[in-house]
Design a protein around this ligand. Structure first.
Ligand SMILES: *[C@@H]1O[C@H](CO)[C@@H](O)[C@H](O)[C@H]1NC(C)=O
Ligand SMILES: *[C@@H]1O[C@H](CO)[C@@H](O)[C@H](O)[C@H]1NC(C)=O
Ligand SMILES: *[C@@H]1O[C@H](CO)[C@@H](O)[C@H](O)[C@H]1NC(C)=O
Ligand SMILES: *[C@@H]1O[C@H](CO)[C@@H](O)[C@H](O)[C@H]1NC(C)=O
Length: 225
């Protein structure tokens, strides 16, 4: 048999006159497909490489900085003043000693100014203050003195219940703190994060003097941006 005519004009003129395109497009499409596949392949390789680099970098940072959670423990409450007023309000002036431990060898903490600490008794505010603003260096244990003061009205009946608790040597105070801080890696500071913490502190009484504090349960933390 003889070869079919290249441009198919023999098929009773069924191909339109721009027959050349009939041959051109399919082969072009096939070549285009190959280019696309190669493109995707390249992109995947590139992506894989980038992910690998990032994974190695993060692993290196992790091993280098070896991040650990700092720990905090309330140790003492020094009561300067705790006085019932005739109008059933109370004057409070105490200093809490907090043992703050940053066990990290490469990560510092910068506690910022805008912190807030409230201490309540049965949901009634008795005093408030601030977390000291300072840079907590590497592998450092610092005893922080947190001054808390207030002249607040106790909810009705709470003066009785507070005195009753005092007779039983067990006063439960709830401390709520909001402390903005930054992580410090060498000269680089992270953006500001918020640490929210709640803890129930138990003291024997609120007579003037320094007394030990026990924490009921663990300090509950929540981090936010
Ligand atoms: C821990 O940090 C505090 C506050 O920056 C500093 O005063 C103290 O000297 C440091 N302690 C040690 C052992 O480095
Ligand atoms: C508690 O406060 C009320 C007034 O709110 C007062 O009548 C009562 O005597 C106070 N009790 C004590 C033990 O101070
Ligand atoms: C403390 O109390 C003040 C006033 O009641 C309130 O605005 C603030 O949000 C409280 N902060 C915390 C951390 O509980
Ligand atoms: C602390 O207690 C307050 C009020 O009870 C609550 O709204 C907040 O979510 C608690 N925060 C944490 C970190 O547990």
């Amino acid at each position: 048999m003889h070869r079919p005519p290249p441009y198919g004009m023999s098929n009773n003129g069924r191909y339109p006159p721009y027959h050349y395109g009939g041959e051109y497009y399919p082969s072009e499409r096939r070549r285009g497909g190959n280019v696309c596949v190669r493109c995707i392949c390249c992109f995947c390789c590139f992506l894989f490489f980038i992910i690998l680099v990032f994974a190695v970098l993060i692993l290196y940072m992790f091993l280098y900085y070896d991040p650990k959670c700092p720990t905090y423990k309330f140790e003492y409450m020094d009561v300067k003043e705790f006085k019932y007023n005739p109008d059933s309000s109370i004057n409070t002036d105490v200093i809490l000693t907090l043992r703050a431990n940053n066990p990290n060898k490469g990560v510092g903490l910068l506690y910022e100014e805008a912190s807030f600490i409230n201490v309540t008794y049965s949901d009634s505010l008795i005093c408030s203050g601030k977390f000291p603003s300072f840079h907590h260096g590497h592998r450092n244990v610092t005893m922080l003195q947190i001054a808390l003061k207030g002249k607040n009205q106790l909810r009705s009946g709470l003066n009785e219940s507070l005195k009753d608790d005092e007779r039983h040597d067990k006063i439960r105070l709830k401390l709520m703190a909001m402390v903005p801080f930054r992580l410090v890696f060498g000269n680089i500071k992270s953006r500001s994060l918020n640490m929210n913490a709640n803890v129930t502190l138990i003291v024997r009484d609120l007579k003037p003097g320094k007394k030990s504090v026990t924490e009921e349960g663990k300090i509950a933390y929540r981090l936010s941006y």
